[in-house]
Design a binder for this molecule. Structure first.
Ligand code: GLA
Length: 634
């Protein structure tokens, strides 16, 4: 049906370009980026003895000393030097939540060097509502030259406290040098509004969804794409995995209080931002994931939850598993009764490519071994997981087994046989095909054969984590990628009676877990790639529903106005209309932020009586050009 038609794709691109002209009023073929050059919030080249005042070492036990050095520099004659480190995590940290706003996307740039070959990490640390610290790696660079960290996106949410970004080096003994550090607000890039919504195009067949992480909520453009194309199904990238949901302090406190170590305590603190978003926007959620060898801490499997405790018995682990699943379902029902969890991945990735269970081991070993197999001796834990999920999941919620390389013969047979057994017992509803593919492998035929095989079980099939990598980033590479996307969608459409959803694992290339091989259908400028056009090529394009937001009533006449200041666009009422206000407007349009009636009036910056995307475009022009006025022209 959809053999890739380059002519159509080029026509699509041209019409999008025309649309951009209309939306942004700028004669370019790409959306105009709001220039954030004036919005640098902190920058230093560590010259003249200055610049280190915003950096500190990472707590009392960090032995390092921060100075300015003229030994080496990326530019100018000096840099910040962090010496006397004694642990790999020692390094300079930069605090975010004192001076910067939650829910706003920022860009950090710096050049960082170690004395000799080492891995340099840019990471983030924060403390959650329960007081637990969290650490996450943002970007790693290996080498001994100046590692470039350029325009790296960072953001945090209001429930995160003591939020720092920091540099660390895998070698504990090397000094770390940092130069040309810059921190600025991310530009807001308008998305292409006039391309069809992927969800709408596929609505006759199945749901189209995506996976997002809490940090994506801070990017208005990213969320615009989610709203337009992927609002039928949402998977949380990490926030509902056992390591995010298990609350170790509460588990230990529960043991202390009751002597019972079979009732794991859980929290939704990591997932709250995403749950709020899905609740407020009515987006159905695919719960991901309950039982997995990965991203599940070892202590969950140990006596008294002690890191160095003995493995618990199989009987105790069955109790823990039941209580974990029960507690997860209950806390969601209690805190988010209106969020529609229409699916759960009950077990993730239990079968190997040779059709056998994983090796016994632990997540901390980092070798793919499984603590579940360590305790059960085999894959018999799978059936318990489905029994408990069936017992506690909300009515109507479908239960899936989910795996990758799901098209490889022996693995496919193992999944198929397991699925039939579970189906016989009424425990499973569907099979999740992760579909992390590459342009070189598998072939479209192999993938389609796997869809057919899983569909033949009579169970539901979902493509749950689709992404297709390409190392060749030329036009030819993108075309190949587009072809495989098209073929995968063809297979899904062919088996649409069995396939209920296709979920793409992320939205823009730069935020993908496989970013270096640009696997997604939107690029880092939020622009649809050839893969997007190949997915809709040959399908009926429905009329787009009206996406405008509430109409503004007549401007209040009784509002006292300072004649010297124009209130239009000044949505944080700080006396100026700038990028921060533009972000607020985007969040308002995304329904992520509410405004008072008065501010809604002033959000109507093109004074046409309603607040919608045209106001965003007008605001952008105002920021980029001298001759644009916000609000009614006098
Ligand atoms: C697997 C998991 C996902 C995610 C990806 C990598 O496919 O199921 O949750 O961790 O790996 O991002």
């Amino acid at each position: 049906m959809k053999k890739l038609n380059t002519k159509k794709i080029m026509a699509g691109i041209a019409s999008v370009a025309m649309l951009c002209t209309v939306v942004s009023g700028v004669n370019t073929t790409t959306p105009k980026v709001v220039n954030a050059a004036d919005d640098v919030l902190f920058a230093t080249g560590f010259e003249d003895g200055k610049g280190t005042e915003k950096f500190s070492k990472r707590g009392d036990t960090d032995t390092s000393v921060i100075t300015i050095s003229d030994e080496v520099s990326y530019s100018g004659s000096s840099s910040m030097c962090v010496s006397e480190r004694s642990e790999s995590w020692n390094g300079p940290q930069f605090k975010l939540d004192d001076d910067y706003e939650a829910g706003v996307e920022y860009l950090v740039s710096a050049y960082v060097k170690t004395e000799w070959y080492s891995t340099i990490n840019l990471s983030m640390q924060y403390t959650d509502e329960a007081g637990d610290p969290h650490y996450s790696n943002i970007k790693s660079v290996q080498g001994d030259g100046w590692a470039a960290f350029e325009d790296i996106k960072v953001s945090f949410t209001s429930d995160m406290k003591d939020v720092y970004i920091y540099f660390e080096a895998s070698d504990a003994n090397t000094k770390i040098y940092v130069d040309d550090f810059e921190f600025k607000q991310a530009p807001v890039i308008p998305i292409e509004q006039d391309i069809p919504s992927l969800s709408n195009v596929y609505s006759p067949y199945f749901k189209i969804g995506t996976a997002i992480c809490a940090s994506n909520l801070s990017s208005p453009s990213y969320m615009d794409l989610v709203e337009k194309h992927f609002s039928k199904s949402m998977t949380f990238g990490n926030e509902l995995k056992p390591e995010s949901v298990l609350n170790k302090n509460a588990c230990l406190a529960y043991v202390e209080e009751t002597g019972d170590d079979t009732n794991p305590q859980v929290t939704l603190s990591a997932a709250r931002g995403l749950l709020n978003y899905c609740r407020d926007n009515n987006i159905p959620v695919r719960g991901h994931t309950l039982v997995w060898h990965s991203q599940t801490p070892d202590w969950f499997f140990k006596e008294n939850y002690a890191d160095d405790g003995d493995w618990v018995s199989k009987d105790k682990m069955i109790e823990r598993m039941e209580n974990y699943i029960k507690n997860v379902m209950e806390i969601i029902e209690k805190e988010y009764p209106t969020v529609n969890f229409y699916a759960w991945d009950v077990v993730n990735e239990a079968w190997m490519e040779d059709g056998k269970p994983r090796a016994a081991g632990a997540y901390s070993k980092g070798d793919g071994s499984s603590a579940w197999v360590q305790i059960f001796g085999d894959n018999s834990f799978i059936e318990y997981a489905f029994q408990f999920a069936r017992k506690y999941a909300p009515e109507g919620c479908k239960l899936y087994y989910n795996d990758y390389n799901e098209y490889m013969d022996q693995k496919m047979n193992a999944i198929y046989n397991m699925a039939l057994e579970l189906k016989e017992k009424g425990l499973i509803d569907g099979i999740g095909m992760q579909a992390h593919l590459d342009v070189g492998f598998p072939t479209a035929q192999m993938f389609e054969a796997a869809v057919a095989k899983y569909a033949s079980t009579g169970l539901d099939v979902q493509i749950t984590e689709l992404d297709i990598t390409t190392s060749d980033k030329s036009e030819a590479g993108l075309k190949k990628q587009a072809q495989l996307y098209s073929d995968v969608m063809d297979a899904a459409v062919k088996y649409a009676d069995s396939v209920s959803a296709v979920v793409i694992w992320g939205v823009t290339d730069d935020t993908s877990w496989r970013a270096d091989r640009i696997p997604l259908i939107f690029d880092e400028n939020f622009k649809a790639k050839p893969a997007f056009y190949s997915m809709i090529d040959g399908l009926d394009i429905p009329d787009e529903p009206d996406t405008t937001t509430p109409t503004v009533t007549t401007p209040p006449t009784d509002t006292p106005q300072n004649p010297s200041k124009n209130p239009y666009g000044d949505l944080n009422t700080d006396g100026t209309a700038d990028l921060t206000d533009l972000t607020i407007l985007s969040l308002y349009l995304l329904k992520d932020k509410s405004l008072t009636d008065e501010l809604v009036t002033y959000a109507d910056v093109n004074a046409d009586g309603s607040v919608n995307l045209a106001d965003l475009a007008h605001f952008k022009q105002y920021i980029c050009q001298d001759d644009v006025v916000l609000g009614p022209v006098k």
